[in-house]
Structures are given as C-alpha cells and as structure tokens.
Design a protein around this ligand. Structure first.
Ligand code: SF4
Length: 65
C-alpha cells in the first residue's frame, strides 16, 4: 500500500508547549527548549502519523496541509 504524505504545521499562537506531540510522535516533533514550542522534524509525513499527532494535541494546534 502506498504511503500518502502530507505537509504539517503547528499554530504557534494556540500551542501552549505541553509537549504531547513530541512525546507521542517523536518522529515528527521535537521540543525546542528555548521557545518551549515544538519544531517540525520533517517537511512531510505520512497522513496517518500526522492525524495521530493531531488527535493527541489538546488544543487542536496541529494542522495538515
Ligand atoms: S500537543 Fe499541541 S499544544 Fe502541545 S506542544 Fe504539541 S502542538 Fe503544542
């Protein structure tokens, strides 16, 4: 089965830096200790992985493009 990739992003205004995305999807996100916001580790990621991360964000800050 072909893996479908999507770009993804984090809305920095709504993100409170809880770290759930980096904890649950460390292949997609890492926490920036200086800004206390997640940074994206990939330009594109499998849709299933992005949707899983979106489900864990308590404030719905993760967006798929
Ligand atoms: S899970 Fe959502 S609110 Fe928490 S750090 Fe990640 S993007 Fe921000």
């Amino acid at each position: 089965m072909e893996t479908i990739l999507t770009a993804y992003s984090v809305n920095p205004v709504c993100c409170n830096g809880c770290g759930a995305c980096a904890a649950m999807a460390p292949e997609l996100f890492a926490m920036d200790e200086a800004t206390e916001k997640p940074v994206l580790l990939l330009a594109e990621a499998p849709v299933d992985d992005v949707e899983r991360a979106m489900a864990f964000c308590p404030h719905d800050c993760i967006e798929a493009d």
